[in-house]
Design a protein around this ligand. Sequence first.
Ligand code: PMP
Length: 426
Amino acid sequence: MSKSEELFNQAKEVIPGAVNSPVRAFNGVGGTPVFVEKANGAYFTDVDGKDYVDYVGSWGPMIHGHNHSAIREAVVKASLNGLSFGAPTEIELVMARKVCEMIPSMDQVRMVSSGTEATMSAIRLARGYTGKDKLIKFEGCYHGHADCLLVKAGSGALTLGEPTSPGVPADFAKHTLTAEFNNLDSVRELLEANPNDVATIIVEPIAGNMNCIPPVAGFLEGLRTLCDEHGAVLIFDEVMCGFRVGPGSAQALYNVEPDLTTLGKILGGGMPVGAFGGKKAIMQHLAPAGPVYQAGTLSGNPIAMNAGLASLNLLAIQNYLKPLYDYTERLVRGLQELADKHKVPFTTNHVGSMFGLFFTEEKQVTRFSQVVNSNQERFKQFFHGMLNAGIYLAPSAFEAGFVSAAHDDDTLEKTLTAADSVFSEL
Ligand code: PMP
């Protein structure tokens, strides 16, 4: 028995499902999850000593590669001054300025400790600001596990077949309306059916929790217009795509300004950090400036802020992201060529350094229904073949993949060599 199997069996005794976050348990693909010992650059090493090229990157934060020296040194240095104070610090000011400078739609920002807290708080703020209750989200989008957002959700909720979680009272869920991603008519219908009731529309501008689906032309612009027409707050949940598709995030890439933005992952450089922010007129409703309550013992934690600042500073290096984008293009092109060579129905999506792989006959995937109808069995076989060959993809057909600054020609070659052999056996 491998050490991963041993640990997995033991962990099941004391941790529900053996993991602290569901999708890690390989429920989407079967088998035993790999227990990680350490990670460096584009690789991690499991407890059995095997190395993997990692395309998960801790589910997004590790855009600089694992164990980056600048981030590690920032953490070590900050820790010498104490771990948490629960009182204001200068680094919080520096970090807030940095975020607002990189994302100009954000006049003000509040730090929290996870993406879930960021979206939950942004929604409360939108409701408090507008005095309305309902929210519109999109099927297959995931915004963390707050009650009102676990309705037709993506990511692990979808992987486990529980997109609407038990434990969410129907009385709460009734305020959550669900539209189809990339379908403006479905949004318009909901707004018209609920006049003056919709506080906010929350969207992943690039959907990354139902595999990877970029917005079709006009979709984000259309949401902006509909929010303006109906007095709703537009929230871009950029927890995943924020900083990954450009220093200004998806809103800069598509040139659409939301009212509020939620951030996480890369923002913390691997430490637990989330944030929400936006127009000052809205943010001023937040306690203690205003009446909408939100708080956190460890919010703006000095170690996490220093790690996050180091992470954002790296992104400011000129042309830093270009090699990641090039790599991602070469990766998806290479995989497509190999799938075609072995006559496996397959297509890909990618934006910046995030990508999605679909085992489907369809040439282009833009809708949630196409994702759920893609061939899950093929994906599982591909995943395990790649894992065996030392290539670690997200263990679910409903998650985007990520490239880091540490991926290079060598990792690309290893990946494509493995894929050639795995495709040939599908
Ligand atoms: N929003 C999006 C778009 C996400 O991808 C995630 C996590 N994958 C979250 C929110 C929740 O973040 P966290 O897991 O840090 O609570």
